[in-house]
Design a binder for this molecule. Structure first.
Ligand SMILES: [Zn+2]
Ligand SMILES: [Zn+2]
Length: 399
């Protein structure tokens, strides 16, 4: 069953790399990616696919219907870049100031297009359908959720039995190593907004004012203390205050102090608990000092949870395709977040990392994803293409 996919992927690795380089040179950020979308559409041209594009975003959904009846599998590749100015020096570097494929989504897009080609060539023997989900707006805009609302999960006429996404890493994982884990794979990321409202006055007479700054400072440290007392150490929470603003000069007590924090959780339970606990603590601590606080959470992406059985299937498929030494069971979830989590809330599946660190670089010290110097090796392209295709082939062939 496995024979051939890797060879076929290697045979088209030149054109996959060309597509990757073209996308990389013209990166686009967010939900509308007209140039990237056009490149994908032209790569899919002539293949026996039902292709549609998004309404509220520049997505591409392609459905391959096998000649034989069977189940449906979804493969996802994200397409968007980041607001980063590239400093890699690669020959196909970004030509757009302030935009870069620093998270490797150009590789995902090219590999998924390659997989569409490989699977299309096997249409006659394919039992079931494959949905290719080319998604914009992963980096914060929630493109996956919009594609779901526009019907990507029902694009083949029935819900997929499984969904898979690959993600390349420019560091940590050695080139070609595939990594995943059962259960929580990535964090949920929500944002806490706090404004402590006091009463401004003269810096020399604080007793006549209601100073919001020390109260806001106390809230920041109290939140950290709460994390160590309210949560299981094996289901941790990360809370980082990334902005803190108050005041204009040394002798004026301001009316307000405001801060914003990112809050990372690894289970839906902790995600619920921190929301209530943090809001209560902020408001009550302000009240204890006779001040008021506005506090609210803005929801980011949910926890990315891999299905136990689909994780096992991905592990087995990787082992049989590349050899067992190429698969690594990740010991911990990643503290980043992913909007493939919205797909995995509805369809069992797996989010799978693929090492793309340049062969001549030490993964331990290589530039991380999102860095202006993050470099991804083209040598990962054939493997990623083959893995996408093989996951679909085997999953559809499974009873
Ligand atoms: Zn990213
Ligand atoms: Zn990414």
């Amino acid at each position: 069953m496995a024979t051939g996919i890797l060879d076929d992927a290697t045979a088209i690795s030149g054109e996959i790399a060309d597509l990757r380089h073209a996308i990389h040179a013209e990166p686009e950020i967010g939900l509308e990616l007209p140039k990237t979308q056009r490149k994908v559409l032209s790569a899919l041209e002539g293949l026996p696919l039902e292709v549609s594009t998004g309404q509220g975003l520049g997505s591409v959904t392609a459905v391959l219907r096998g000649a034989l009846p069977g189940k449906t599998v979804l493969l996802r590749g994200d397409m968007d870049a980041l607001p980063v100015t590239e400093r890699t020096g690669v020959p196909f570097a970004s030509q757009v100031q302030g935009a870069m494929h620093a998270c490797g989504h150009d590789l995902h897009t090219a590999m998924l297009a390659g997989a569409a080609k490989l699977l299309s060539a096997r249409q006659a023997e394919l039992a079931g359908n494959v949905i290719f989900m080319f998604q914009p707006g992963e980096e914060g805009q929630g493109g996956a959720r919009i594609m779901i609302s526009e019907g990507v999960l029902d694009a083949a006429g029935e819900r997929p039995c499984a969904a898979y996404a690959l993600h390349v890493a420019s560091s940590i994982l050695p080139l070609g190593v595939v990594a995943s884990r059962a259960g929580t794979a990535m964090a949920a990321a929500d944002t806490l907004h706090v404004t402590v409202r006091g009463r401004g006055g003269h810096g020399s007479q604080p007793h006549l004012a209601a100073d919001p700054i020390p109260v806001a400072c106390e809230i920041v440290t109290a939140l950290q203390t709460m994390l160590t007392r309210k949560f299981d150490v094996f289901d941790p929470v990360v809370l980082t205050v990334g902005t803190f603003h108050a005041g204009t000069t040394d002798n004026v007590i301001p009316d307000e102090a405001a801060f914003v924090a990112t809050v990372r959780t690894f289970s839906p339970q902790s995600r619920d608990v921190i929301k209530n606990a943090a809001l209560g603590l902020v408001r009550q601590l302000a009240a204890a000092h006779g001040l008021e606080a506005d506090a609210s959470f803005v929801d980011g992406y949910p926890v990315t949870v891999n299905d136990q059985a689909e994780f096992g299937f991905a592990q087995q498929t990787t082992g049989e395709l590349f050899g067992d030494n190429r698969f690594l069971t990740s010991p911990f979830p990643l503290t980043g977040s992913e909007d493939f989590s919205y797909v995995l809330e509805q369809v069992p599946g797996a989010f799978i990392m693929l090492g793309a660190c340049p062969a001549d670089t030490d993964p331990a010290t290589a530039a991380y994803n999102h860095s202006a110097e993050a470099t991804f090796d083209d040598a990962a392209l054939a493997d990623g293409t083959a893995l996408y295709a093989e996951l679909a082939l085997r999953r559809l062939a499974a009873p």
